[in-house]
Design a protein around this ligand. Structure first.
Ligand code: PLP
Length: 272
């Protein structure tokens, strides 16, 4: 683990990331010792810093440190955490604070390989996401909603949970974004009030549009999920998981256009 560029496991208890969840993070796949889509993740981090009014990090330094940390392993998860830093008075942040950089790898999760092939089982969570247009889309450090939603089930046969907002709109999975396949077109929930704008979600939208497959962000309700031809989940580690069953409804898992699937996987796990 690198903390501010130095091998360490320790940060100050006064760091605002711990005190207030005041910061951002990225989770990347490491493949053959290299982080996948590193530049896209760093761009999202910089955009998040702008949105939160944090001091801009040195991107070249973050890139070098991320590559150095990833090079210690072959297949792993790389996490980049950037907090606003240490200090300020209560909630009031000082404008000059130096961000804290935490970069570390963890073992690759033991997701069975066949999830991508045979699909996954998904439930509907009770925990709701709160609206906050200023935080919507950001991968900020406040993840209590996801922690509570994920704690709702312990059945290992359930692979993911769909989370709604307080107005019954479908937003995403606890750790993933969600797409509906309907008459060959793709629909993904609007994330203007809550939810994380995932990197893999963006790769899917861009790739679909390149292939002239309509891909739209829309308001989505649970009935829309149940009426869809198919569903799939995305994130930077899983790539694409088709949904086999959601809340008692079964779906075919081979509905995703094969060119789209192959292109998303090759783009989504590219290491240069
Ligand atoms: C709540 C949530 N939504 C969406 C995503 C997908 O984001 P990405 O595609 O950037 O991995 C994640 C990833 O961890 C997440 O935690």
């Amino acid at each position: 683990m690198l903390i501010n560029g130095q091998p360490s496991h320790l940060i100050s208890a006064l760091d605002r990331g711990l005190q207030y969840g005041d910061g951002l993070f990225e989770t990347l796949a490491v493949i053959n010792g290299k982080p996948a889509l590193l530049d896209r993740h760093l761009e999202r981090l910089v955009a998040g810093c702008q949105a939160l009014g944090m001091v801009q990090p040195d991107i070249n330094q973050l890139r070098e440190e991320s590559r150095a940390e990833a090079a210690q392993t072959s297949r792993a998860v790389l996490k980049i955490i950037l907090t606003r830093g240490e200090g300020g008075r209560g909630y009031n942040p000082a404008s000059t604070m130096t961000p804290t950089r935490i970069i570390h790898t963890t073992p690759w999760p033991d997701y069975p390989d066949d999830h991508a092939r045979v699909g996954v089982a998904v439930r509907l969570c009770d925990t709701r996401l709160g609206w906050n247009a200023r935080l919507a889309g950001l991968k900020h450090l406040n993840r209590l909603e996801q922690v509570l939603a994920r704690a709702e089930w312990s059945d290992p046969g359930i692979n993911e949970g769909v989370v709604l907002d307080g107005a019954d709109n479908v937003i995403e999975g606890t750790m993933s974004n969600l797409f509906l396949v309907k008459s060959g077109q793709l629909i993904t929930p609007l994330l203007d009030q809550c939810g994380v704008k995932g990197i893999m979600r963006q790769v899917v939208i861009e790739t679909a549009r390149d292939l002239a497959i309509k891909a739209e962000e829309q308001q989505v309700r649970v009935d829309d999920l149940k009426a869809a031809d198919g569903l799939f989940l995305t994130n930077s580690l899983i790539g694409i998981w088709p949904v086999r069953v959601f809340d008692g409804v079964e779906y075919p898992v081979n509905l995703i256009d094969q060119t789209l699937l192959r292109t998303v996987i090759s783009k989504g796990f590219a290491t240069v």
